[in-house]
Design a protein around this ligand. Structure first.
Ligand code: SF4
Length: 283
């Protein structure tokens, strides 16, 4: 299953690069057409956009940068581009994708933001129910809101939904994982990106772990040993780990040159860091 995901993803990348060179900017593709640069999903779906900061990982928010770059276009308000906004025109998008896809739901927002009403979120979830061929990944820094919303929904089976939370520090991981684990689903994951601390995964055994270094001009790094510790911990509990990107020089945090360089190309990394594992999605 992991292999078939990779093949599908590779085919998509080839398709995108042929189709879009010199025609559409990548950030617009991500928002408007579903194409994503995020390597752990195949496409993104953004019926919601906008957010407000809530955690340490929000400091250099990519979604906010994009919102301001695209203000007044593609559904972003002109006056306050990062205002949480529900766009019903984008609701139908996954229904048109006939082949099974691994979809990041809400890559330009936070599904758990309080400004999205239960009715708006229910409309989104209704589309996921009507698209059993797809697998949807929901990622939030507000797991309490996610928990409350899914408790509010009528009983349904959400087999094609994966529930994730983000954390950058030990405190955020402990707090968010505890709440996430109250969701009645085996499909729970965490994204430790941007990774800012050495994180002990402790008693929470989630089904999938993602880790990544921060990107952007003002990026911050993680302590030396933080990535290799996650590799060891996931190996010990036999859970899949996906390393999205690392900081260049030591591949595991750096204090040598004082200059941080992001490296997204897994081919440059030493073999022991080349870990990109997915769980068994039922696609
Ligand atoms: S929660 Fe996510 S989308 Fe919202 S401000 Fe923070 S990083 Fe940006």
């Amino acid at each position: 299953m992991i292999a078939s995901n990779v093949v599908r993803r590779f085919a998509l990348i080839v398709f995108v690069s042929v189709m879009t060179e010199k025609t559409i900017a990548p950030n617009v593709m991500e928002i408007n057409m579903g194409i994503t640069k995020i390597p752990w999903a195949e496409v993104s779906w953004n019926p919601i956009s906008g957010c407000s900061p809530i955690a340490s990982g929000c400091q250099n928010c990519y979604a906010k940068k994009m919102a301001y770059r695209l203000r007044g276009r593609y559904g972003y308000p002109q006056d306050e581009p990062f205002r949480p906004t529900f766009d019903p025109d984008k609701l139908e998008q996954p229904l048109k994708w006939k082949k099974p896809r691994l979809i990041f739901l809400g890559s330009m927002s936070d599904f758990g933001h309080i400004d999205f009403t239960n009715d708006q979120l229910a409309k989104i979830i209704n589309v996921t129910i009507k698209s059993p061929q797809h697998t949807f990944l929901i990622l939030t820094k507000r797991p309490q809101r996610l928990l409350e919303f899914f408790n509010w929904l009528p009983d349904e089976s959400f087999n094609n939904l994966w529930f994730g939370t983000s954390a950058s520090t030990q405190k955020e991981f402990d707090e968010n994982a505890e709440i996430l684990c109250k969701i009645d689903s085996p499909n729970l994951f965490v994204s430790l990106e941007p990774l800012l601390e050495d994180i002990n995964l402790g008693k929470y055994e989630l089904a999938w772990y993602i880790a990544g270094a921060e990107s952007g001009k003002n990026k911050r790094t993680y302590p030396r040993g933080a990535i290799s510790s996650l590799i060891k911990q996931c190996s010990n509990i036999r859970k899949p780990l996906f390393i999205k990107q690392v900081h260049y020089t030591s591949y595991d945090g750096t204090s040598e040159s004082g200059i941080l360089k992001l490296d997204k190309d897994i081919r440059n990394w030493p073999p022991e860091y080349q870990i990109r594992q997915w769980p068994e999605f039922k696609l």
